[in-house]
Design a protein around this ligand. Structure first.
Ligand code: GAR
Length: 188
């Protein structure tokens, strides 16, 4: 069985969608590891419910990013993970993790990249008066939200309520992410 990992810092609705899709066969892989940098995050409970092994850590307990990324890489290697899916992992991937898994790490971002990179993308887009929003899935490189784009889906919204944009966007994310992961695995 092929193995994938999800990285999340918080709520984990994308984690949940990916876990469901692995369980019912829409994604042809086992979700072998959750990596979470926030002990107590809701995603950790979701992993327990799905029986997904976790590596939950506090970055403050390590002397550097390189230090905790070495631990992450050894967990990924041990689990035999071939694809790493960042889903609300609010941390820039460093050279240790990229060095080991370049080309095998993807991320989902709530904007039509290259517009609105970084945190609070939806809030900034609403503030800007955007009328066409979207979701992007891309390979991860050294740049913040910067790697090659794999998939995008756009939607129109003329209002000014960020919560509504989040709601519509997340619905799209759950489908787009599971479909894209499945396609990447099938193409390899
Ligand atoms: C998702 O909407 C994802 O696009 C966003 O975090 C959310 C996590 O939701 N990621 C970023 O903003 C990355 N820059 P979830 O925890 O419910 O999956």
């Amino acid at each position: 069985m092929r193995k994938i990992a999800v990285f999340s810092s918080g709520t984990g609705t994308n984690f949940e969608a990916i876990a469901d899709a692995c369980e019912d066969g829409r994604i042809p892989a086992r979700l072998a590891l959750l990596v979470c940098d926030h002990p107590g995050a809701q995603v950790v409970e979701r992993a327990a419910r799905h029986g997904v092994p976790t590596f939950v850590f506090s970055p403050g307990n390590y002397s550097s990013k390189a230090d905790f990324e070495k631990e992450i890489v050894s967990r990924l290697d041990a689990a035999g993970v071939e694809l790493v899916c960042l889903a609300g992992y609010m941390r820039i991937v460093g050279e240790v993790l990229l060095g080991a898994y370049r080309g095998r790490i993807i991320n989902i971002h709530p904007s039509l990249l290259p517009a609105f990179k970084g945190a609070h993308a939806v809030e900034r887009a609403v503030e800007y008066g955007v009328k066409v929003y979207g979701i992007t899935i891309h390979y991860v490189d050294e740049q913040l939200d910067g790697g090659r784009i794999i998939a995008q889906r756009a939607f129109s919204y003329e209002g000014s309520d960020p919560a509504e944009v989040h709601r519509i966007g997340q619905e799209i994310e759950h489908t787009l992410y599971t479909e894209t992961i499945s396609k990447l695995l099938n193409d390899k």
